[in-house]
Write a protein of this length. Structure first.
Length: 254
């Protein structure tokens, strides 16, 4: 993905990483359409940034995705980049028989079925563009699990392998697949994360991501330095130690 000259749709861009990435990409000379469920937030974003467009979308709803895709493609036929940003993260305890199933199902619907349905809705159009990109969003936790978020870890691992496989299938087309792999970033994804000393400041994350896209537009995986500790534990041969560090355990998991 080239850093400028694109028309980009980012569902899940009303706050956090999605919103800041949308603003940064717009500042680099791209036409940006943000998507989200809450019309009040979309209106606030457009009021503060009149050159940015907004479309209501609920990525847990197949009908909403279809309607939004039709609207985006009709109103912005130059669309050539889809960034599947929407995601949720919840704590779960699978050692107890109650309380986790509904959360797990919601996480799979948002984090995995949402991107799958989005890609399905836009893939035909993207293949008509001379230079297109699907940017998926996984996580460092796709590679090193956080004990308290099993469904989140699993969906992000699935997004990683989906990205790898789609890249193979689309190799003969005009559509590239890149995968953004955030570490913990200071947002409101889970309570307390914004204040966490372990979370990367949001502005630093966005600046580094934009720099990575600019210097390597063909990157398959967009990795800020902070995520590499999580991403390459197995390759380094210290996976158990990496898991222990992330979960504050000893290397034997105690």
């Amino acid at each position: 993905m080239h850093i400028s000259g694109n028309t980009i749709f980012i569902p899940g861009a009303t706050s956090g990483i999605g919103l800041e990435l949308a603003l940064a990409l717009h500042a680099k000379g791209n036409e940006v359409i943000v998507g989200g469920r809450r019309t009040d937030l979309l209106a606030q974003i457009v009021a503060a940034n009149p050159a940015i467009h907004a479309v209501q979308i609920d990525t847990t709803s197949p009908d909403s995705i279809s309607q939004a895709a039709h609207k985006v493609i009709t109103e912005h036929p130059e669309l050539n980049v889809l960034i599947t940003m929407s995601g949720i993260m919840h704590f779960e305890d699978w050692s107890k028989p109650e309380g986790f199933l509904a959360t797990a199902e919601a996480t799979v619907t948002t984090n995995l079925l949402g991107p799958i349905r989005l890609i399905a809705a836009f893939i035909e159009h993207l293949q008509t563009r001379p230079d297109a990109t699907i940017m998926t969003v996984s996580s460092g936790l796709a590679f090193t699990p956080l004990q308290v978020t099993p469904s989140y870890n699993a969906t992000k691992a699935a997004i990683h392998m989906l990205s790898e496989t789609l890249r193979l299938q689309l190799a003969g087309t005009t559509v590239k697949v890149s995968e953004l792999q955030p570490p913990s970033v200071a947002t409101d994804l889970v309570p307390g994360q914004r204040e966490s000393e372990f979370a990367m400041p949001l502005d630093e994350f966005i600046t580094e991501v934009i720099g990575l896209i600019e210097t390597n537009p063909d990157a398959r995986e967009i990795q800020v330095e902070r995520v590499k500790f999580l991403r390459y534990g197995e390759a380094r041969g210290d996976y158990d130690e990496t898991v222990a560090a992330v979960n504050h355990l000893d290397p034997h998991g105690k």
